[in-house]
Ligand binder design. Structure first.
Ligand code: 5GP
Length: 204
């Protein structure tokens, strides 16, 4: 890949219930020119989730087949199910100079950074407090009690990795959080290697 890549991968990670899905959806509304990397998963759909929109919901055998074909940039087990980032969507977005939004766990963010070191920006979204994280998880109403406990424990582990990210945004208020992530994206578009190909200048 050329050293000049205008588009990039904006990977958002947060503990479960941290608000990353809402942030991604709001950003896509404000910036329809951004694209979403829809992940594949073996998790069954929740109410209101649509195949191909929220995730590609795959059977275990289909997921295995995709792994064998090398279709994933990365994949990981999260809470007994597998989740994977599809290479085809990423490659298409980058070749079209798009800002691509991804929503992955911390291990996914690390793997994507390793796969696309110059084209990955990682943002960690942190709820304002442990208590608030727990409240949001319980109020979500989409998980069983046992799953909430597991997610809470895992979330606290994920938070330990927050300082390794490129940016850290505290989600006190959704509107402000979206505005901050939007600013990060706009600033990242002004990295020299993202601007240079537009200018028609020659660079060594
Ligand atoms: P949920 O089941 O709540 O939609 O997602 C569970 C976790 O899986 C979240 O932390 C989400 O960010 C993560 N996840 C979703 N898609 C991917 C992916 O493609 N790769 C990885 N590594 N994690 C993902």
């Amino acid at each position: 890949m050329s050293k000049f890549t205008k588009g990039f991968l904006l990977v958002l990670s947060s503990p479960s219930g941290g608000g990353k899905t809402t942030v991604v959806n709001k950003l896509l509304k404000i910036h329809p020119e951004f694209v979403l990397s829809v992940s594949a998963t073996t998790r069954p759909p929740r109410k209101k989730e649509k195949n191909g929109v929220d995730y590609f919901f795959l059977s275990d055998s289909e997921f295995d087949r995709r792994i064998d074909y090398g279709d994933f940039v990365e994949w990981a087990w999260v809470y007994n199910y597998r989740y994977g980032t599809l290479k085809s969507l990423i490659e298409k977005g980058l070749s079209e100079d798009k800002v691509i939004l991804l929503n992955t766990d911390v291990q996914g963010a690390e793997s994507i950074k390793n796969a696309y070191p110059n084209s990955t920006v990682r943002v960690f979204i942190l709820p304002p407090s442990k208590e608030e994280l727990e409240r949001r998880l319980r109020n979500r109403g989409s998980d069983s009690l046992e799953s909430i406990e597991t997610r809470l424990q895992n979330s606290l582990k994920e938070v330990q990795k927050a300082l390794k990210f490129d940016y850290l945004v505290i989600n006190h208020d959704l509107r402000k959080c979206v505005a901050l992530v939007e600013k990060i994206i706009l600033v990242e578009l002004y990295r020299p290697y993202r601007v240079a190909p537009l200018e028609g200048w020659e660079f060594d």
